[in-house]
Design a protein. Structure first.
Length: 165
């Protein structure tokens, strides 16, 4: 399957609203304008820490389709994503492609320049993937092309077979 023309839709960068986090006590509300003006409540100094560190030396070649759905594939019947949808299937968006999260770099914590770290907030901790992206393509942390989700690929084949090629 060619990945040309498909837009990556799965890579939502979940904004954890770092701009509205409180400043560390050690910063004495003097680390930035937001902390100073809003009594420490709107510190803008926090940075996302992404692991594994994605290499920029990415490999050529198409994004392969996964042979099988991964262990915690969103397309599995009992996935948290489908539970949120009352068990309904994942939405199929023509022109989009859903990528497997396995091997993708993601935000694992947030760090303040003063040295304090905080956990990614619950509900976001497994969602904020930050792969290298260029155009319509994305890569795993080790530089291999991202892998197209097998569940999405099945929906895509069904869509094409319905005469929507
Ligand atoms: Zn600050």
């Amino acid at each position: 399957m060619s990945d040309r023309g498909l837009r990556v839709v799965d890579l939502e960068h979940v904004d954890i609203a770092k701009d509205f986090m409180s400043a560390p006590a050690a910063a004495l509300n003097m680390c930035c304008y937001g902390a100073a003006v809003y009594d420490g409540e709107r510190c803008t100094c926090w940075e996302s820490v992404v692991e594994p560190e994605p290499t920029q030396d990415v490999q050529e070649g198409p994004m392969p389709v996964n042979a099988q759905r991964c262990g915690d594939c969103a397309y599995r019947r009992d996935s948290p994503e489908r539970q949120l949808r009352d068990g309904d299937g994942m939405p199929y968006v023509p022109g989009g492609v859903f990528l497997c999260h396995v091997g993708m770099p993601k935000v694992v914590r947030i760090e303040h320049p003063c040295g304090e770290t905080r956990d990614v907030p619950p509900g976001v901790e497994n969602d904020d993937y930050r792969p290298v992206e260029r155009g319509y393509r994305a890569w795993q942390a080790d530089g291999r092309p991202a892998v197209v989700c097998a569940g999405w690929a099945a929906d895509h084949r069904a869509y094409l077979e319905r005469g929507n090629a």
